[in-house]
Design a protein around this ligand. Structure first.
Ligand SMILES: [Zn+2]
Length: 60
């Protein structure tokens, strides 16, 4: 997901709703042209899902 400065809070809530996890927030390089998921304007943040550590099965 991508978000502009203005909608980062909304997009973050959406993200948490969708993935039930907090996103990893990164700044997008100015050269990358990504649309904010809310307003379709130039996004400045990238929200990604941090991979969860797999639970190690308990060896018996
Ligand atoms: Zn926006």
């Amino acid at each position: 997901m991508y978000a502009c400065e203005e909608h980062i809070d909304f997009v973050m809530e959406d993200f948490i709703d969708q993935y039930n996890a907090a996103p990893t927030l990164e700044l997008i390089k100015a050269t990358e042209d990504k649309p904010c998921v809310w307003c379709k304007q130039h996004a400045v943040y990238s929200l990604t899902l941090e991979e969860e550590m797999e639970e190690t099965p308990v060896a018996d």
